[in-house]
Write a protein that binds this ligand. Structure first.
Ligand code: GTP
Ligand code: SPV
Ligand code: MN
Length: 602
């Protein structure tokens, strides 16, 4: 074994099971050495230098972008691959119709063959990480072994890593075993496997964020949702934000939108001019994942298990998201954007006009207006290009991010990207109706996952790709939480993406979304008016503060319109979807569907 640990005389832990597991993984993957990550600044610098030397990352212009790096993933490896993502449980029926299933035996065998010798000539890095503040009673610990420095540097930003985590883990602590190898980045040998019954994740053949930063979607959602079901809490694909009133009172909202549907943007919004006089201040707690549980006060409390943002770059600019722009000025890793001649970066819909030339996300020379063989405009940055940045750099970051207890949630908001059907906002009638609203929500496919763009798909609670067990049981779990909650958040649905007949967005979105959040919080506090419709309460036109926004009355009417004919069709499509869960769909969800259908037919 001596040859495997040349850097340190012994692994820096007394945890026998951990040491044995790392040694087993090294035997399988055959790296030339194993390095335990301690999380120090000195180590960071050493890894950056090494990755720059091999070309794995490029050091950006340190005068203009201090501490920033650039990385390109393989051309066939730019988004999560849901069709190669599996939940591996003993019984197939436990994963339900929305997940791919493989038996653990077959999965270990199949992926084991891809991992065998996959790290030859490479270093295996061992990253101990904590999801949630180290030592928080709600934190979960994982250890990821990987052959990618890019992964180490990203995990360093996105989670809390290093010796402090090992110290907290002690000699016996529970941890999720996370194995990753890029192997040869062959899409035909790519698998993202979850073994909730073994608290294990195996990811091979990819180098893209959501497939390889195993603390994120794999642990904090797929594995954690399974744990949460057993332990009585909720692991959700949600942002968490605080809205502070001038008197200093802060209320918190958790919101679930599917990938690339606006969580990062909403979580950091800046109040629009017309609302500034009211003195609201926004606090960002999280932009992607929320772990929520019922506390002794009977309220729902949430923590963001992450420590960084892995945000969508295109469309991010000083108008849409000034806080994100301020956040990514330093210590940021940019992935799959355009590399400019002066070693700064650019993406579509950024602050600056396109540069005259650059190297695009595929590593090819690029200039504005460039077309491919089919005559299509070539994008400089991939639509799912991203930035990785410490959350602490965000001007609106909430100090509660580091708080062991998190924040109390007043409202839960579901939302999707729908050009039609769903109105700008509506409030559900009850928790149970709200769970039904979440269970039936739909959205158009974005670039965050491989597949046909724009296709409408049901994405319950934005968890379709992330729920680690049977979705019918997941809905039942949400209903069960209702029984234990004493202070119930109200549940809402929003849609910023409704369009007119020319395909233009009817609602300005971004900072202006605060107007809708204001109505939502006022509803929670019994301060604003709603009109009852068959699907829920919508705002009366007077109850929305549109001060300073030039929105024609006609447009607002269109935004809030609930067209019965369209909705009756929507109900049929929902029915088909709900039927796919068979008898594991809770009766309560059917009951809500029936009642809403009746209200629409009346
Ligand atoms: P993931 O990180 O994939 O989970 O995505 P996310 O939900 O955090 O999405 P994000 O905030 O990064 O937004 C994705 C895209 O939606 C960007 O291109 C934004 O410009 C766009 N977007 C965000 N908010 C709005 C909005 O209010 N209106 C409109 N029209 N577009 C928006
Ligand atoms: C998403 O796709 O929902 C993301 C990015 O937040 S990834 O981490 O790649 O899943
Ligand atoms: Mn996400």
């Amino acid at each position: 074994m001596a040859a495997i640990f040349p850097q340190k005389s012994a692994p820096p832990t007394k945890h026998l099971a951990l040491k044995r597991w790392v040694s087993d993984m090294a035997t399988l993957c055959k790296p030339s050495r194993v390095v335990w990550i301690d999380g120090s600044e000195e180590e960071k610098k050493r890894l950056e230098d090494e990755a720059v030397a091999t070309g794995e990352i490029i050091r950006l212009n340190q005068d203009k972008l201090p501490g920033c790096f650039y990385h390109r993933t393989a051309v066939n490896d730019v988004a999560r691959t849901e069709h190669l993502t599996y939940i591996c449980t003993k019984k197939k029926e436990d994963v339900g119709p929305t997940n791919n299933w493989m038996s653990p035996k077959e999965a270990y065998k199949k992926a084991g063959a891809y991992f065998r010798g996959a790290m030859k000539g490479r270093t295996m890095y061992v990253i101990p990480f904590s999801m949630g503040p180290v030592g928080s009673p709600f934190a979960k610990i994982g250890v990821e072994v990987t052959d990618s420095i890019y992964v180490v540097l990203n995990m360093r930003i996105m989670t809390r890593i290093g010796q402090k985590v090992l110290d907290f883990l002690g000699a016996e602590g529970e941890f999720t075993k996370c194995l990753h190898s890029k192997a040869d980045l062959d899409i035909n040998k790519r698998l993202i496997l979850h073994f909730p019954e073994d608290n294990t994740i195996w990811s091979v053949g990819s180098g893209y964020g959501g497939n390889v930063l195993l603390g994120k979607k794999c642990l904090s959602l797929r594995i954690a949702s399974h744990m949460a079901k057993q332990e009585g809490w909720l692991a959700e694909h949600m942002l968490i934000m605080g809205i502070e009133e001038p008197n200093g009172h802060v209320e918190y909202i958790a919101a679930a939108f599917p990938s690339a549907c606006g969580k990062t943007n909403l979580a950091m919004l800046i109040p629009p001019e017309g609302l500034k006089a009211k003195g609201y201040k926004i606090w960002t707690v999280g932009d992607d994942i929320a772990w929520m549980r019922i506390d002794t006060d009977g309220a729902l409390w949430a923590i963001n298990p992450e420590a960084g943002f892995f945000g969508v770059a295109p469309g991010t600019n000083s108008r849409t998201n000034p806080n994100a722009m301020a956040t990514i000025k330093k210590n940021t890793i940019f992935t799959n954007v355009l590399l400019k001649k002066d070693f700064t970066v650019w993406w579509e819909d950024s602050d600056e006009p396109p540069p005259e030339e650059g190297i695009d996300w595929q590593g090819r020379p690029w200039r504005p207006g460039l077309k491919d063989e089919k005559g299509q405009i070539v994008k400089a940055a991939h639509a799912n290009s991203r930035f990785t940045v410490p959350a602490s750099q965000c001007p609106s970051i909430s100090f509660r991010l580091e708080h062991h207890h998190g924040v109390p949630i007043s409202a839960i908001v579901f939302g999707g990207r729908r050009t039609h059907v769903a109105p700008l906002v509506y409030e559900s009638f009850s928790w149970q109706h709200g769970v039904y609203v979440g269970a039936t929500m739909a959205s158009e496919r974005t670039a965050a996952q491989v597949g046909k763009l724009g296709e409408v798909r049901r994405d319950p609670m934005a968890m379709l790709p992330f729920c680690g067990y049977h979705m019918g049981d997941y809905f039942a779990h949400w209903l069960e939480v209702d029984k234990r909650l004493e202070k119930k958040p109200k549940i809402f649905h929003v849609n910023w993406f409704r369009t007119d007949e020319h395909g233009k967005f009817l609602w300005p979105g971004y900072g202006e979304n605060l107007r809708i959040l204001e109505w939502i919080l006022d509803r929670c506090n019994g301060k604003s008016q709603g009109v009852k419709t068959p699907i829920g309460y919508i705002p009366t036109p007077e109850s929305l503060d549109l001060n300073g926004l030039h929105l024609p009355k006609e447009t607002l009417k269109k935004l809030l319109e609930i067209d019965r004919f369209t909705w009756i069709q929507e109900m049929e499509s929902q029915k088909e979807f709900l039927s796919s869960f068979g008898d594991r769909l809770p009766q309560e969800i059917w009951q809500e569907w029936e009642e809403q259908n009746k209200r629409l037919q009346e």
